[in-house]
Design a protein around this ligand. Sequence first.
Ligand code: BG6
Length: 283
Amino acid sequence: MSLPPPIELSSANGSGAAYAHGAHLTAWTPAGSDPVIWLSALARFKPGVAIRGGVPIVFPWFGAGRSGKLNPAHGFARTRVWDLASSAPEGDDVVAEFVLEGSGTDEPEFPYAFSARYEVRLGAALQLSLTVTNNDSQPFSYEEALHAYLRVGDVRQVVVEGLGGCSYLDQADPSGVRVRTQSGRVTFSGETDRIYGAAGQVRVVDPVLGRTLVIDKQNSASTVVWNPWIDKAASLEDFGDDEWPSMICIEGGNLREASVRLQPTETHTMRYSVRVDPSDSGE
Ligand code: BG6
C-alpha cells in the first residue's frame, strides 16, 4: 500500500509538496532558484514508515529519547497521519496548516492529551512553525525537531557558519557520545552527527551550487547537524549509496536538557525558516 498523493503547494513565490503522512514537506523550490529541500531517490512512501528526506517532524522524542529506550526512533509524529486543516494562498505565499491530536491513550510512551499544529508557509523563505498545547490534566515534557534535509552541491565543500563557540554532543564519536566545543566553522570529512546547544542563525555556504542557505529559528535551543557519510548511508535501506554528498541536515529543535515542559493548557511554538541568499556564492 502506498500513501495518498501529496498536497501540491504553489504560488508566485515558489512551489512545494507535503504529505498528510507526518505532515511531511517533501519539496520546496523558491521562485527563480534551484530546489532547497532534499529527498532521497529511495524514499519510501508507505503507511507507518518515515520518509527519507524532506522535513520530518521529530516529536515527542528525539532518537530513542532521553531514556535511550523509546520506539519508534524520533517519535511517532512523522509516521502518523495529520489532518490538513487548511491550505490556501496568502498574497504571493501559500500556507498549509496540519493538526495532530493526541488523546492520551493511543501512545503508551506518551500518555498525554495534546494537540500539535504545524504551519508551513512557502514564501520568499520557507517558514515552519510547530505549536504544541498541553490538553492534559498533568504537566508533560517533550523533545521536538524540524529535521530539515537541505540540498547541497557537495557536502565536502560546504562550510556551516554560526556554530563557533557552541558546545555539542558528538553522537558520531566511535568511543561514545562526547561533549565538545565547536571551534570556528563546521566542515565535513566524515560522518557528522551533532546536537549543538545553539539558538542563533546558521549559514550553509555552498560554493558548488553558488549559494548560501540561511536558517533562522525562534524558541529553538538546539541545532542538529547530520550527514551520514559513506558507511552509514550504505547501511540505510532508503538512502542511496551515492546520495550522501548532496545533502546536509540542519535541524532546529529542543532536545535533551532543552526539552520543553508544558503545564496543563500551556502552549509552545518553535519556528524554523530557511531562505536562499544568492548574493553569497561561497567564493
Ligand atoms: C539525526 C540523528 O537527527 O537523524 C541521527 O542525529 C540519525 O543520529 C538521523 O541517524 C536519521 O534518523 P532516522 O531515524 O531518520 O534514520
